[in-house]
Design a protein around this ligand. Sequence first.
Ligand code: FES
Length: 155
Amino acid sequence: MNKEVPVHILEKYPAGKRDGLIPILMEIQNEKGFLSEEVFQEVGRYLNIPANKVYCVATFYDRFRFKPAGRYLIQMCRGTACYLSGSTTYLDEFVRQLKVSPGGTSKDRRYSLEVTSCMGACDSAPVIRINDKIYSRVTPEDLVRIIRSLKEKTE
Ligand code: FES
């Protein structure tokens, strides 16, 4: 078994049952940080789905990453509530100050920036997630502090 695909994840799902595909990919990404070519092949073999089909399904969802993220993964929600609360301005500020494009990773690999669909916390909009930490009802002043803190941690 390839070590890109943890056995303990596959063992939770019956072989050949295609409805396990998304949960398996989610668990692998949570553990490994991204989905590689080997993951598509191995999971495809396990579920009896061609690897290119596994890849096609994964690319349909914006939650999956296909490259390793930077040291800090910044996820900016752009669901309706967050959009109406100014998330676009916040996104622009990350781009400008951290020199990272949406969907990309900075050259120094410190930051990755992702735009996500609703994170399910609309009453706390705008919402930003950085690695495992969620920032709710982020104000422009909070954003200044968040960016300053990120820069300090990576200097
Ligand atoms: S729209 Fe951002 S959490 Fe729902």
